[in-house]
Design a protein around this ligand. Structure first.
Ligand code: TYM
Length: 370
């Protein structure tokens, strides 16, 4: 198993990761407190999508004391957005509404240029625009969302980025990110920019505002470095809530833009996405006879995972699907067909929202502090 901000491979053992990363297990108490403020328990909380955290309980304490709280997440625009990316963004929308929180959304076009040999800067900048449409299509509030790109909006970021960079030594960066002598020097500077956003809202508003970062667990190394230096800069340590990975269409591993045939992109024509679903790895048996006799295995099935993570909000219907699969009465072809229909309908709706986003993009971009 390898889990870094740039690569996730192998069978992911979340228990081991929690131990290795030194993060805290998610608790029912935290899920209940969030749901209590939101008025309902989000599907991702009910289904255990968030497996660990750092100081989310403290962030909730601050809110419950009547203090303002903020949110931060981001995207490395290396290609089109896939369904996995949407998981934490949908959750941000839920948290934004529940906590009336501003969301700072970082587009790291610099990161993707520096870390990928095959991407030119014009391409990552182009994807920044494309990906911002997806972020907006998640339904965020324009008056509380501040999308920015590292290259385009650097004037808002550079001074605080420098303050962070000065406090992180090269030996820490090497130890956390595994930099090699042959790496370009842009890569070594870049973590300062991902870290500084944790303090951006506080910096802009001139007050210390607790920041919570919803993201998959791959981004955690950045927060380790950030948390070490936060107090030296006079800020709170940022809190995190970590999601599991949505699997790809093939066996093993997460959905990843670097394997386009195993990912469903928000820009895929709905029919193409449906075709991809029909070729997904399942927990089915070799023959229909065996399937009827032995039943399927939803615990290892990617198709079931898509229902579980995204496409079946109704807990009872999900349980019925699971039992039908296990009993052998629901065969994989039928289950995939039903999912393909849901994915198609989802994409038609999401793509319409993406189109509309083109007209309101400006309302979501970061503005100078008044
Ligand atoms: P990036 O573009 O790799 O990923 C964007 C967000 O999607 C999450 N993610 C997934 N979640 C569930 N299932 C998957 N299969 C999956 N694949 C990716 C990532 O954890 C992330 O939350 N360096 C960052 C950009 C960034 C950022 C941030 C991300 C800058 N600041 C703050 C999160 C929080 C990156 O390249 O993300």
């Amino acid at each position: 198993m390898v889990v870094t901000p740039w690569a996730v491979t192998g069978d992911i053992d979340y228990g081991k990761l929690i131990e290795q990363f030194g993060v805290q297990h998610m608790t029912q108490g935290i899920a209940d407190r969030i749901a209590n403020h939101a008025g309902y328990m989000h599907m991702q909380l009910r289904r255990g999508v968030y497996i660990s955290h750092r100081d989310t309980d403290w962030w909730l304490d601050e809110y419950e004391k009547g203090n303002k709280v903020g949110l931060y997440t981001g995207r490395g625009p290396s290609g089109h957005v896939h369904l996995g990316h949407l998981l934490p963004w949908f959750f941000c929308k839920y948290l934004q509404d529940a906590f009336d929180a501003d969301l700072y959304f970082q587009m790291t076009d610099d990161e993707k240029y520096l870390f990928n040999d095959h991407l030119e800067l014009e391409q990552t900048i182009g994807y920044t625009y494309e990906n911002a449409l997806d972020v907006i299509a998640c339904g965020l509030d324009p008056s509380k969302t501040h999308i920015f790109s590292d290259t385009e909006h650097i004037q808002h970021l550079y001074k605080i980025g420098l303050r962070v960079a000065k406090r992180v030594t090269y030996s820490t960066a090497k130890a956390v990110f595994g930099f090699q002598d042959s790496d370009n020097i842009g890569m070594i500077w870049y973590p300062a920019l991902q870290a500084m956003t944790c303090f951006l809202q506080s910096n802009r508003e001139g007050a210390n505002i607790p920041c919570l970062i919803p993201a998959a667990i791959d981004q955690d190394p950045y927060w380790r470095v950030t948390r070490d230096i936060a107090e030296k800069l006079g800020y709170y340590k940022p809190a995190q809530i970590h999601a599991k990975f949505l699997p790809g269409l093939a066996e093993g591993g997460k959905m990843s833009a670097s394997q386009p045939e195993t990912a469903i992109f928000t820009t895929d024509p709905p029919k193409t996405a449906a075709r991809k679903v029909m070729s997904a790895f399942t927990g089915g048996r070799d023959t229909i006879e065996e399937q009827h006799k032995l039943g399927g295995r939803p615990n290892v099935c990617n198709v079931y995972a898509y229902y579980y993570f995204l496409f079946e909000n109704d807990d009872e219907a999900l349980m019925e699907r699971e039992s039908a699969c296990k009993s052998g009465s629901l065969i994989c072809g039928e289950c995939k067909k039903q999912l393909a229909e849901r994915v198609k309908a989802f994409l038609v709706d999401f793509q319409a929202k993406r189109e509309k986003a083109k007209h309101v993009l400006d309302d979501f971009l970061i503005k100078p502090v008044e």
